[in-house]
Ligand binder design. Structure first.
Ligand code: ATP
Ligand code: MG
Length: 344
């Protein structure tokens, strides 16, 4: 699949100089290099492409940030081709509208037809994004590692995408109820209902995450071995297993009410990376942690290629300068044949 062109208007600072028409860019099917001064909008461009393809940002969950300051709406559209010689063409148009202080409505059209569910975008353009934030994946908080799992899983599995959406919806309802109870409101049977739904949805997410981490661990281990000869594995560390989720919610009920939030569940999961038998977060050198991030990213490319039969678009934001010559070499040889956008 190839990204043929991009238009963006009022997506962060992107406008290309003409406020009326916005930014328009045609891309090569090989390597595209975006160079520029700091703060000119290179990362914003990468983010716009990723957002249009997946309805998610790699930088923020607050989509109000994506609309240009002082404006109420942003538009991005991309033209994509796939199949032999790129014979099938698709166009995605994504719009963001501010509806309140932190509220944003997203809507999308595919080939001119409005789509009901943003999940229907997935699969038109697969992207793998690699940015400096990823390089610190091992050391950063568990939230970053969950985001890593979610970003990849959502793209390859619509079932996961909808399940995760559902889970967070239930979690918000449960937390709102807990906050009410904290102030003395009664809950009746409602809490029981949310508990059951949360445990059910969470259980499905746990098994999807477990399977994904097992596969990516296998693929990344081979890459890691080739890069530096070390043994690597990724291990999924769920906050609760599917079987014990409901019991734990019941057991923690008093604490949850006191805190006004849910203390266990897949929103607390983590992933552990092990190099030569040692936890890389605790014992890994900076180089080992970078190699981990690189192996995982390259594994993602391979997995999408194998599972979906399409080579994903690679978005490399500022990472080349962060890697040493040997790792750059690995990255460049692994991406040969993939359409790439590199910023520097
Ligand atoms: P660097 O080389 O430093 O990574 P960059 O070209 O990648 O720079 P970006 O991160 O793409 O830079 O753009 C940053 C700029 O975008 C900042 O100056 C920031 O103020 C601006 N910006 C971010 N969000 C918005 C927004 N919602 N509206 C207008 N401008 C924004
Ligand atoms: Mg940048």
């Amino acid at each position: 699949m190839f990204l043929e062109s991009v238009k963006a208007k009022d997506f962060r600072n992107l406008n290309g100089g003409t406020k009326e028409t916005g930014l328009g860019l045609e891309l090569s099917r090989g390597v595209n290099i975006l160079t520029g001064m700091n703060a000119q909008g290179k990362t914003n461009f990468i983010e716009a492409v990723y957002f249009c393809a997946t309805a998610r940002s790699h930088r923020t969950a607050n989509h109000g940030e994506l609309i240009r300051f002082g404006e109420d709406a942003a538009l991005i559209s991309i033209n994509v081709s796939r199949g032999v010689d790129g014979r099938y063409k698709d166009r995605i148009e994504m719009s963001l509208k501010r509806t309140g202080k932190n509220a944003v409505v997203k809507s999308a059209r595919v080939n001119g037809v409005p789509i009901d569910k943003l999940g229907d975008l997935l699969g038109i353009l697969y992207c793998v994004i690699f940015s400096p934030e990823n390089l610190s994946l091992v050391k950063s908080g568990p939230g970053e590692r969950r985001r890593f799992m979610d970003m990849e899983l959502c793209q390859v599995s619509k079932v996961y995408y909808y399940e995760l959406k559902q889970y967070y919806h239930i979690l918000r309802q449960r937390n709102a109820l807990l906050k009410g109870m904290q102030k003395g409101a009664g809950a009746g049977d409602t809490l029981e209902l949310w508990d059951a739904q949360l445990a059910e949805s969470g259980g499905r997410i746990v098994s999807l995450r477990r399977a994904y981490i097992e596969s990516i661990s296998r693929v990344a281990a081979g890459i890691h071995q080739r890069i530096c000869g070390e043994e690597f594995s990724a291990v999924y560390r769920p906050s609760v297993t599917a079987g014990e989720f409901l019991d734990k919610l019941k057991k923690n009920r008093e604490t949850d009410i006191r805190n006004g939030s849910t203390g266990c569940g897949v929103h607390k999961d983590d992933v552990q990376f092990i190099i030569n038998g040692l936890d890389s977060r605790v014992y890994g050198s900076q180089g080992q942690q970078r190699t981990t991030a690189l192996s995982l990213k390259l594994a993602e490319v391979i997995m999408i290629r194998e599972e979906k039969g399409e080579t994903p678009l690679l978005l490399l934001d500022d990472v080349m300068s962060e890697l040493d010559a040997a790792r750059q070499e690995h990255l460049l040889s692994a991406i040969s044949g993939a359409q790439t956008i590199i910023t520097c």
